[in-house]
Write a protein that binds this ligand. Structure first.
Ligand SMILES: NC(=O)c1ccc[n+]([C@@H]2O[C@H](COP(=O)([O-])OP(=O)(O)OC[C@H]3O[C@@H](n4cnc5c(N)ncnc54)[C@H](O)[C@@H]3O)[C@@H](O)[C@H]2O)c1
Length: 254
C-alpha cells in the first residue's frame, strides 16, 4: 500500500481556527491525513504548520462550503493530494444574530447557506469516497442553540436542521459502513463567542465568567473538548454509534 492509501483521510471544514483547528490537529494526532478547509487557503496554513511540525500530514484548501463548484473542486483536490477522504467534519459556521423583528433576509440566508447548504454539499461530495471504501464517518457541528436561543432564530433553525440531516444520513449511509453523528456544544471559548461578547458590549473575560457560573462543571468549554469527542465519534470502535446528537455543554441538555 502507498502512504496515500494506507492512511485514512479526514476533511475538517472551518479548520483555520477555533473548534475546527483543534479538531484538525487532534485527528492528525490520531493518525489521519487532514484536509484543512476554510474560506481562504492562506487562513488554513497555521493549522497545517501545527500538524506538520508535530509530524502529521495536512493540506490547506480554500473553499466556500456553500458553493457547489468550490466544494467539488476542494474534495477532488484532497482526494488527489492526500487520498480519498472517508471522514468529514462539517464544522464551518457563522452567526448573524438579531431579534426576529430586526433580522434581515441576508442574515437568514447566510446562516442557512453556510450551515445547511454547506453540510449538504460537503457530505454529498465526500460520500462517494466513503461508499467506495465501505467505511466512513460524518460529524456535524450542531449547538445547544438548536433547543432555542433568543436572538438566534436563524442559527437555532440551522443547528436543529443539522440534527435532522444527521439522522437521515445515518439511515441512508449505514449499510455502507458509514456513521453520522452530531455534536451540540455549549459555550466554547473561540472567536465566535468573543464576537458575541463584543456585540453585547461585555468584556470577553466577564462574559466567560458569567457563562461558567451557569454551567454545572463551572467552566466554559475549550475547542479541545469538542475535538476529543470528534476523535471518539470517528474512531473505528464507534461504528455502532450513529444518528446521535451528543450535547457537550458541561452539563445536561434536553
Ligand atoms: N463557539 C461556540 O460556543 C459554539 C457552540 C456551539 C456550536 N458551535 C459551532 O461550532 C462550529 C465552529 O465554531 P467556532 O466557535 O470554532 O467558530 P469560529 O468563528 O472561530 O470558526 C469558524 C470557521 O469557519 C470558517 N467559515 C465560515 N464560513 C465558511 C464558509 N462558507 N466556508 C468555509 N469556511 C467557513 C471561518 O472562516 C472560521 O475559520 C460552528 O459550526 C459553530 O456554529 C460553536
Amino acid at each position: 500500500m502507498t502512504e496515500a492509501t494506507s492512511t485514512r483521510v479526514a476533511i475538517v471544514t472551518g479548520a483555520a481556527r477555533g473548534i475546527g483547528a483543534a479538531t484538525a490537529v487532534r485527528l492528525a494526532q490520531d493518525g489521519f491525513a487532514v484536509g484543512v478547509l476554510d474560506l481562504e487557503e492562506s487562513a488554513g496554513k497555521e493549522t497545517v504548520s501545527a500538524i506538520e511540525s508535530a509530524g502529521g500530514r495536512a493540506l490547506a484548501v480554500g473553499a466556500d462550503v456553500s458553493d457547489a463548484e468550490q466544494v467539488e473542486a476542494a474534495v477532488d483536490r484532497v482526494a488527489a493530494e492526500l487520498g480519498a477522504p472517508t471522514v468529514l467534519v462539517n464544522n464551518a459556521g457563522v452567526t448573524r444574530d438579531n431579534m426576529l423583528f430586526k433580522m434581515t433576509e441576508v442574515d437568514w440566508d447566510v446562516v442557512m447557506n453556510v450551515h445547511l447548504r454547506g453540510a449538504f454539499l460537503m457530505t454529498r461530495a465526500v460520500q462517494k469516497h466513503m461508499i467506495e471504501a465501505k467505511w466512513g464517518r460524518v460529524v456535524n457541528l450542531s449547538s445547544v442553540s438548536a433547543l432555542g436561543n433568543r436572538g438566534q432564530a436563524n442559527y437555532s433553525t440551522a443547528k436543529a436542521g443539522l440534527q435532522g440531516f444527521t439522522k437521515t444520513l445515518a439511515i441512508e449511509l449505514g449499510k455502507f459502513g458509514v456513521t453520522a453523528n452530531a455534536i451540540a456544544p455549549g459555550f466554547i471559548q473561540t472567536e465566535m463567542t468573543k464576537a458575541t461578547a463584543d456585540r453585547m458590549g461585555i468584556p470577553f473575560e466577564d462574559f466567560i465568567k458569567g457563562a461558567a457560573a451557569q454551567i454545572p462543571v463551572q467552566r466554559v468549554g475549550q475547542p479541545e473538548d469538542i475535538a476529543h469527542l470528534v476523535s471518539f465519534l470517528v474512531s473505528e470502535g464507534a461504528g455502532f454509534v450513529s444518528g446521535q446528537v451528543v450535547y457537550a455543554a458541561g452539563g445536561p441538555r434536553a
